[in-house]
Design a binder for this molecule. Structure first.
Ligand code: ADP
Length: 302
């Protein structure tokens, strides 16, 4: 399938300092990509290059199959929206007036789209309230609403949940998930905390010191972060058969031919070990292993 967005060996230097080393990645339709990395890792710079707010030093950025700045690029750029760094909002205006302004700037013909989007982001009842009186969560939702106004196929959002309370994070997450499901939108979203995005994204790109250090699907991430009981015995295949029969285990995996990983009964480890020894096997390894999401992330960055 043709990628929605492609970065091919894209790098960025400020003076002599290469803050983004050559990065290659492909975004596919309908996925939500989390760009995760500590502060200063290069996330905003990558997003600014995609948004055309700063030029890439080398490499190529392609959208919808053609070069970002080549022929047909204007039409293609109209299929994308960006909220990079703080969304531009005029505090002296209402949510609707801010939307109206963006509608003119982006040339969105259909005025009724404003109400549709305000409703979508949960701001339809803010009436005459000036944006300067909005909470951070409301501002973020308005920023996302402004990015949504032109019905983009690709949305790039820089730290949209930064500083939001847990409830605000859930709101934004639900909204983005809905967009992805209902409209097959592709979203690239950044955060310095994996935990903020772990439930939302379908794919994760972990950035550290300007390099892409990990690129994995949600399933791969969950697999890496799943806790399990690691068991070795003097006869692992018979141990497996015994546990299947006596404890009805089904969520397990044999790795390297001699280690059994059991992903269930983690709160009954004594029962598992007793069942093995009572069946006459000698245990040579029995530990609980696995990392939390945050532990895994921290092991990839510094
Ligand atoms: P992140 O978004 O992951 O926090 P940034 O992309 O903002 O990271 O920054 C990456 C690196 O680039 C940082 O070391 C930052 O100091 C540097 N940087 C960002 N913008 C500029 C700039 N305009 N001039 C020089 N250095 C910059």
């Amino acid at each position: 399938m043709q990628p929605i967005l492609e970065l091919i060996e894209v790098s960025k230097k400020y003076g002599k300092n290469e803050v983004v080393h050559p990065i290659t990645m492909q975004l596919q339709k309908g996925h939500i990509y989390g760009l995760i990395g500590p502060n200063g890792a290069g996330k905003t710079t990558i997003m600014k290059m995609i948004a055309g707010l700063t030029a890439n030093t080398s490499g190529e950025i392609r959208a919808f199959g053609s070069s970002m700045w080549g022929k047909g690029s204007v039409e293609n750029r109209n299929r994308m929206s960006f909220m990079v760094e703080t969304p531009y909002l005029d505090g002296s205006m209402t949510a609707r007036q801010n939307m109206q302004y963006i509608r003119y700037v982006r040339g969105v013909a259909d005025e009724s789209r404003i109400d549709e989007v305000l409703d979508y982001v949960g701001l339809s009842d803010t009436g005459k309230k000036k944006v300067s009186k909005f909470s951070l969560g409301m501002r973020q939702r308005l920023g996302i609403g402004m990015a949504l106004l032109s019905s983009p196929e690709l949305m790039v959002l820089d730290e949209p949940v930064n500083g939001l309370d847990p409830e605000g994070i859930v709101d934004v997450r639900n909204m983005l998930r809905k967009l992805c499901h209902e409209r097959e939108m592709t979203i690239l979203i950044s955060s310095h905390l994996l935990s903020e995005l772990s439930e939302l994204c379908t794919d994760f790109a972990i950035i550290n010191h300007g390099s892409l250090v990990d690129w994995l699907s949600r399933e791969e991430l969950m697999e890496k972060c799943r806790s399990y009981i690691a068991v070795k015995t003097d006869n692992i295949s018979e141990t497996v058969a015994c546990l299947e029969q006596k404890l009805d285990i089904s969520e397990y995996k044999l790795v390297s031919g001699d280690e059994l990983r059991i992903y269930e009964r983690l709160d009954e480890v004594e029962l598992v070990s007793r069942t093995i020894t009572d069946s006459g096997f000698t245990i040579t390894k029995f530990t609980t292993e696995g990392e939390s999401l945050e532990e895994y992330y921290l092991s990839r960055v510094d």
